[in-house]
Design a binder for this molecule. Structure first.
Ligand SMILES: [Zn+2]
Length: 276
């Protein structure tokens, strides 16, 4: 694989206009990992970004992963996988295997009214056409009834699982991504993870931190399963890592230099803080 980002100490490539959620490609030692593939259109855009922009081939895409098991982050994985060679695998948090076997249900989102509209508005800015909206299945919708639809349109033997419920940090060296670590950061969902590169200080925050406001600071996500767990996960990250760049699940990249996490807007000052 061409060492696409080795010169400027960036290992994350945001893929533009991929739909509702942001999609990223991250570099490992010898290959790429796609993070959050939410639709047919997103899968196609990622494939084109790998070949046309990065000058790599789909053979270089070693893994496809997701920051959490929601439709806007997983709804195109099968389509992308179908374009890749058999060696390309899917990497999920271990909790996802419980969803697939029916041992556990995906967590419900509680505060649709305060959380969903702002995330929708900021996400719409990255929609340049309608094709990135179409998911390949209805799996991963956090609503009563709909959350029981759990069927992935690809062979589940192609999935590797990392971590478990009791682990908070999982090094990804075993998968060829030695600079990277996955942090279990429940709150938006139970299975939410962030990916962090200790060399470059780049954090993929999933939907723990999104970027709603135009001031470039980022926001803790009010649209969540458990607001207290969101705060705990944020505090855990602040104690553990010092990112210079935050790549959110929705909205613009947050570039804050040193201690970027301290600039993220928390829930303090909310009238309902702690009650949701
Ligand atoms: Zn999302």
């Amino acid at each position: 694989m061409a060492a696409v980002g080795r010169d400027n100490l960036r290992r994350v490539h945001p893929v533009p206009n991929t739909g509702f959620a942001r999609a990223y490609l991250i570099e490992g030692e010898e290959g790429l990992m796609a993070v959050d593939v939410g639709s047919f259109g997103c899968a196609k855009d990622i494939a084109e970004h790998i070949t046309r922009v990065l000058g790599c081939s789909l053979d270089d895409l070693h893994y496809i992963t997701a920051t959490h098991f929601h439709i806007d982050h997983i709804g195109g994985i099968g389509h992308l996988l179908a374009m890749c060679p058999p060696r390309t695998r899917v990497l999920f948090h271990a909790m996802v295997s419980d969803y697939l076997t029916g041992k556990r249900k995906i967590s419900l989102i509680k505060n649709w009214f305060v959380g969903f509209p702002p995330a929708t508005v900021v996400s719409a800015r990255h929609l340049r056409r309608f094709s990135p909206l179409g998911p390949e299945s209805l799996t991963g919708i956090p609503l009563p009834g709909l959350r029981n639809i759990i069927k992935l349109p690809f062979d589940t033997n192609r999935i590797d699982y990392f971590g478990d419920e009791n682990k908070t940090a999982v090094p990804l060296g075993d998968y060829g991504f030695g600079e990277w670590e996955a942090f279990c950061t429940p709150g938006h969902t139970e299975d939410s993870v962030c990916f962090f590169n200790r060399t470059t200080g780049e954090l993929l925050s999933g939907d723990l931190i999104i970027s709603i406001s135009a001031d470039g600071r980022g926001d803790l996500n009010r649209f969540c399963w458990n607001r207290d767990r969101i705060k705990e996960s944020y505090e855990y990250l602040r104690r553990t890592v010092n990112p210079h760049f935050i790549y959110p699940g929705h909205g613009e990249v947050i570039a804050g230099g040193d201690d970027t996490l301290s600039k993220v807007k928390t829930f303090s000052g909310d009238a309902a803080d702690g009650n949701l």
